[in-house]
Design a protein around this ligand. Sequence first.
Ligand SMILES: Nc1ncnc2c1ncn2[C@@H]1O[C@H](COP(=O)(O)OP(=O)(O)OP(=O)(O)O)[C@@H](O)[C@H]1O
Ligand SMILES: [Mg+2]
Length: 166
Amino acid sequence: MRSPVAASAAVSGPVSLDSREISLPDAAATVALGQRLGAVLSGGDVICLKGGLGAGKTTLARGAISAWTGADEEAPSPTYTLVQTYDGPRGELWHVDLYRLKTPDEAWELGLEEAFAEAACLIEWPERLDGHLPPNRLDIALEPRDGGRTARLIGHGAWRTRLDAI
Ligand SMILES: Nc1ncnc2c1ncn2[C@@H]1O[C@H](COP(=O)(O)OP(=O)(O)OP(=O)(O)O)[C@@H](O)[C@H]1O
Ligand SMILES: [Mg+2]
């Protein structure tokens, strides 16, 4: 019988890193992660921001929006409007908060499917779409840890090879 060491040696070789954990000790670190993300986005990129109430999703989105637009005024939370859109040199960015969505159909009425194809999209509460999400996407799950947060980045489809760039 193979030892566990031999078994793991048998599968070693180039590893595609499709998930990463990043420690965010304070809100400034969350903004900085958002800025690094915003710098590598382009139209058609879909980012799902996961985590409970107050996890830091909007904070991260604000960092990404400032990198996208180049402006540093604080972006309003789309909690009530569901969507805020921004223009930047690389086109349109949608910041979406689906917390108050009642059915996925409401999101399609807003034009979300077209935005998935054309705009850079940051989606808070993506769970509200009941899994109707594009196969190429980045999930970022934020969780409280030691007074700060951790971010787990999980790349799906084409995003599997893009995590190193953030
Ligand atoms: N890494 C961090 N460490 C400590 N506090 C943080 C961190 N990141 C964000 N925060 C703080 O957490 C609070 C909630 O953040 P935010 O509004 O971004 O959460 P949210 O996930 O968007 O919440 P909601 O689900 O209500 O939309 C803010 O006060 C923010 O400054
Ligand atoms: Mg929020």
